[in-house]
Ligand binder design. Structure first.
Ligand SMILES: [Zn+2]
Length: 245
């Protein structure tokens, strides 16, 4: 621990982002928090990452869920650290809309672990972009911040301009699956300056929540149309049944 970290810990003693208890270091969480957080574990679908315990339909294959067998997604794999529930929602909303950007230090080890099988051979991380208007209002892109911190730990470079959102889409919160897909249709492009760089490369898209897959799917389509090799998705949380985000 360097002098600056010691000074910060002295002035602002580190607290657990879930329980608020004092902890030994920045980014750590209190023992009680582990009980509340619902980490995604095996067995899960190797494609979309849904834990099989949440599947209603019978699993027809040992490793791929019924939905992915029926209609193969554009992206290779989705990996997420947490089930999206009351606890992870509070964490994410605080991170996204509040001033709790320091929580990223807690999230990164979870993301690294959840994404191990897609990060190990990735060429670039690309955060799902916000439209410039929303970025201006919110001051920062939470996915960009996560991507930057994962990059610092893994040395996989981040391309902040790998994708650009060209349409200001309304928030997806109250939309049904079909409407979500329509809402983000053709909302993303690969900017000219990134095209040559991305050709035949393996990309990991970074986002906060995987809900219906509409956003991930549109981003993937834009990338694959530009000769990207393969796209996988890494998110902090994943919806396992219909809820509002
Ligand atoms: Zn699946």
């Amino acid at each position: 621990m360097n002098v600056l970290h010691r000074f910060i810990d002295f002035v602002l003693p580190p607290r657990c982002i879930v329980t608020g208890d004092f902890v030994d270091g920045q980014g750590m969480i209190a023992p009680a928090a582990w009980r509340d957080l619902n980490f995604i574990a095996d067995p899960k679908c190797i494609r979309c990452g849904i834990p099989f315990e949440f599947m209603e339909e019978a699993v027809r294959d040992e490793s791929v869920c019924a939905a992915c067998l029926k209609s193969s997604p554009h992206y290779n794999m989705v990996r997420s650290a947490l089930v999206y529930d009351d606890f992870s929602r509070d964490l994410i909303l605080g991170f996204k809309h509040g001033d709790q950007t320091q929580n990223v230090a807690t999230f990164v080890p979870w993301l690294e672990q959840a994404g191990a099988d897609i990060l190990h051979d990735a060429d670039y991380l690309i955060p799902v972009p916000l439209h410039p208007y929303r970025l201006l209002r919110r001051q920062f892109n939470q996915s960009g911040l996560m991507a930057k911190y994962i990059s610092d730990k893994t040395n996989i470079p981040v391309l902040l301009e790998g994708l650009r959102r060209v349409r200001a889409t309304p928030t997806q919160g109250y939309l049904k699956t079909k409407e979500r897909y329509k809402n983000v249709n053709n909302a993303f492009i690969v900017p000219d300056e990134s095209r040559a760089l991305l050709r035949h490369k393996k990309i990991v898209l970074i986002d906060d929540v995987f809900t219906t897959g509409a956003t991930a799917s549109e981003c993937t389509k834009a990338l694959l149309n530009n000769q990207v090799g393969a796209v996988s998705v890494l998110t902090l949380a994943r919806v396992v049944k219909p809820v509002r985000v």
